[in-house]
Design a protein around this ligand. Structure first.
Ligand SMILES: [Zn+2]
Length: 308
């Protein structure tokens, strides 16, 4: 493996520490005290310093933040977003509202993590209380949305989960996600594999199957060698990720191209909604998929490959 992705030491615990401090400040703010100014000023300063340090480390090694691992890059973009005093304030306000609403509904202990996470919402019960992770896209949420988020955490049902899904696809949510990901410049190091270059393959497939009409998403190799999920398209961030497991000499080019083609189709076709579920592989999608020149061969190879 080349030094394709830059690892940041202790990054997870640094982010966790920031989350804990955010919540502590928000708790103080709602307990009747005025906003603890010194603490929030210090937190904003630390967020900026952390972001700067990451940039410097990248420069020192001659690469860009886009060369960070998927998780590292997410965190980095989150820090940039929160370095803006307005976003920082919004983030704190959201947390205060959420916690206030939470306390009005339940006495259970909660850790709230609002983050640039790959998912929009997650609530996990644990020994020390609940951990609720909320997509940063909700940062500008109105009181009603906050209420739905709390409802989903305390007692989720089909109705409020449907509401939540709809909200996560709102223009407001999308606008925040675009703000966060606007810095995601494509790095040539992140598309160059040992054997395959995603950028090159993208242009080839775009010309052959999409009349060059598909706008280029962010392309990257995964940092983990996933053997089952070989590729995925993330619409919120407009990113196609291919498992670096495919970047081997033993994988024929038509297989890598086929997986990329599949993900490009996801970008083009979008998701069809049936009831509350998102249907990705519709009949129409499968029909498009078969247009790939080496469809049969690629399918056969992947069947054999993912089984071994
Ligand atoms: Zn798919």
């Amino acid at each position: 493996m080349p030094a394709r992705t830059l690892q940041l030491r202790n990054f997870t615990s640094i982010l966790e520490d920031i989350q804990i401090r955010f919540q502590a400040i928000a708790e103080k703010a709602i307990s009747g005290m005025t906003m603890p100014t010194t603490e929030s000023e210090q937190l904003l300063k630390d967020i900026r310093t952390t972001q700067q340090t990451i940039l410097q480390r990248c420069q020192k090694r001659g690469c860009q933040p886009a060369d960070l691992s998927d998780a590292g890059y997410r965190g980095f973009l989150w820090l940039i977003f929160l370095s803006d005093p307005d976003h920082f304030k919004q983030h704190l306000q959201f947390l205060s509202r959420f916690l206030q609403e939470w306390k009005a509904k339940t006495h259970r202990v909660v850790s709230v993590r609002m983050y640039n996470s790959p998912f929009v919402f997650q609530c996990k019960p644990g020994r020390d209380g609940y951990t609720v992770t909320i997509g940063e896209g909700f940062v500008s949420a109105d009181p009603q949305t906050v209420q739905i988020l709390v409802d989903c955490s305390v007692r989720s049902n089909r109705r409020n989960l449907t509401q939540l899904r709809a909200l996560s696809r709102s223009a407001a949510y999308k606008r925040i996600m675009e703000l966060i990901w606007q810095h995601s410049a494509q790095s040539s190091r992140s598309t160059h594999g040992n054997y395959y270059d995603l950028q090159q393959l993208f242009h080839k497939i775009n010309a052959e199957y999409f009349q060059n009409r598909l706008e280029q998403p962010r392309l990257c190799w995964s940092s983990r060698r996933a053997t089952r999920r070989l590729g995925y398209y993330h619409p919120d961030t407009d990113t196609i990720t291919l498992s670096c497991y495919l970047d081997q000499q033993s994988i024929p080019p038509y297989v890598v191209e086929y997986v990329l083609y599949h993900e490009m189709l996801h970008k083009r076709v979008g998701l069809k909604e049936v009831n509350t579920y998102r249907l990705a592989h519709t009949a129409q999608f499968k029909q498009q998929e078969r247009k790939f020149q080496y469809y049969e061969e690629a399918e056969k190879f992947l069947k054999w490959f993912t089984r071994t």
